[in-house]
Ligand binder design. Structure first.
Ligand code: AMP
Ligand code: MN
Ligand code: MN
Ligand code: MN
Length: 284
């Protein structure tokens, strides 16, 4: 007698809507998730939970499970790190106070980015970016505006030429401390997960130090399978997860249907041996 194969549940625990730099409304995002056969979807907008209520409603209609999430901008030793929070209560006052401070810093930074563009002869970039944002203003909106104006051919080129660290119109900022980010997420009843860990360009020694700090502060998980990881990177992250006893997460980091490398719900399954972040989530 063989074992009965259980149907595989499709999780996508990292995605964006128009509440930050995604191009789909929370409703359209949930509808696309359902069409792509996602069973469990987390909305994790940058420093903002405004999309939760709409996504939760749409998920009931679409018949999928919605996980309220967040992606917090963190500065760790002067590096920008993204920490995803899963199952956070958007009504938590302390988390909201922290996120609101981050959004003030974003606005200030956006104005400074605009001033840099003005200096190089493009005076309308700040206004253009604002016009494209219906929620939290992000560097992505600057990139989209530059594409729209024909200054660059695509968003990647906008980052490469102007917006990423070291480039002409980059402006740094001091985001949340790792300690604060984890305390907001935990205070709001959530689990903290290191987003797209292979993107940080840290040496293995430094990355291990980061993970140890994360673990000491009670961090729960790490994205092992995500759109920006190849198989080798996923295997490496799975080995860190095992070494540091961290749970593993899966997320596409979906922003737009026009983006070919991050499709909603299209992420590799976790490598064998990983303990999934959802292991203790009650079925409902
Ligand atoms: P911000 O949070 O405003 O600093 O903007 C960061 C966002 O810009 C990320 O969440 C990505 O969506 C996007 N991004 C960052 N770097 C790149 C890149 N090199 N190419 C395309 N998009 C990028
Ligand atoms: Mn983004
Ligand atoms: Mn991110
Ligand atoms: Mn993201």
């Amino acid at each position: 007698m063989g074992y009965k194969t259980l149907p595989t549940i499709c999780y996508d625990l990292h995605s964006h809507s128009t509440a930050s730099d995604g191009v789909l409304s929370p409703t359209a995002l949930v509808q696309l998730a359902a069409a792509n056969e996602v069973d469990v979807l987390a909305l994790t907008d940058h420093d903002c939970t405004d999309g939760h209520a709409e996504a939760a409603k749409a998920a009931v209609v679409a018949g999928i499970r919605f996980i309220p999430g967040i992606e917090v901008s963190v500065s760790w030793r002067k590096r920008l790190i993204h920490i995803v929070g899963l199952n956070v209560d958007g009504a938590d006052a302390e988390m909201q106070a922290g996120l609101s401070e981050l959004r003030v810093k974003r606005e200030r930074r956006a104005q400074e980015i605009g001033a840099k563009f003005e200096k190089i002869g493009m005076p309308d970039v700040y206004e253009g970016a604002c016009a494209l944002a219906s929620g939290v203003l992000s560097r992505s909106h600057f990139a989209m505006y530059l594409v729209e104006k024909g200054v660059v051919k695509d968003v990647q080129q906008a980052f490469k030429k102007y917006l990423q660290q070291g480039k002409r119109c980059y402006v740094g900022a001091e985001w949340a401390s790792l300690e604060d980010a984890l305390s907001w997420i935990h205070g709001a009843g959530g689990q903290a997960v290191v987003a797209h860990p292979a993107r940080y360009k840290m040496s293995r020694t430094l990355f291990r130090e980061f993970l140890k700090d994360f673990k000491v502060l009670g961090g729960e998980g790490i994205e092992v399978s995500c759109s920006s990881h190849n198989r080798e990177e996923a295997t490496l992250m799975a080995s860190y997860a095992q070494e540091l006893t961290l749970l593993s997460s899966v997320g596409s980091d979906f922003h737009s249907p026009h983006n070919n490398w991050a499709k909603l719900g299209r992420v590799h399954a976790l490598p064998e041996g990983c303990v999934p972040i959802w292991q203790d989530w009650n079925e409902s």
